[in-house]
Design a protein around this ligand. Sequence first.
Ligand code: DC
Length: 227
Amino acid sequence: MKKKFAAAIDGPSGAGKSTIARAAAERLGLLYVDTGAMYRAIGLAVLRRGIAAEDTAGIEQTLSGLSVTLRHGPKGQHVLLNGEDVSDAIRNDRVAHYASKCSAVPAVRDFLLETQRSIARTQGVIMDGRDIGTVILPDAEVKIFLTASVEARAKRRYLELDARGEHVTLEGVRADIERRDELDINRPIAPLRQAEDAILLDTSSLTLEESIAAAVGIISEKLGVQL
Ligand code: DC
């Protein structure tokens, strides 16, 4: 079977990966795969069992008999935890914290690796995460490391939360982002880092539309499509 086209987009939280990858996939007719949602689903499973985020053995035990799958429909990606659609339930900071802790456990990464690879074997994808270009799809035709300064990411996230009516401060949001970066960058297994053959895209001074256009430009060139 001919290898399907794959674009890997990695980078820290808050750089706009999911919004940019989703929009680029839509414009280019590729499947958008958000791998962070799978770590979040495991985080949710651990949280629901009342296991502490630091309890590695408890996290490992949670994996047995667990199923985390993705379903792609007209409204985009859904993540299923033992068949239950948890796409909305995983979108909060508590689950994000658990996801971050779980993602540092080697057994969790092993557990998700084959599911992620198998999706890219059957369809052309834009897959976003932290280790897609380095570990999951090292042969991806395009690798983008999408980043932005801590200031820019904190400001965007603050405005987003503020618009939702959440009571947060810019300093608090910034500290949260720095904490998450620290965990993702310094974990011994599959740490967040730019693949050697990845193109760096820094969106600090770009608007969302400019960032999408830049990503679409990079990917379409490799895909060989005329826009
Ligand atoms: O992108 P996100 O915030 O939904 O990701 C949730 C957590 O999962 C985050 O702490 C990083 C981790 N993650 C990872 O380690 N590897 C991936 N491929 C995707 C996410």
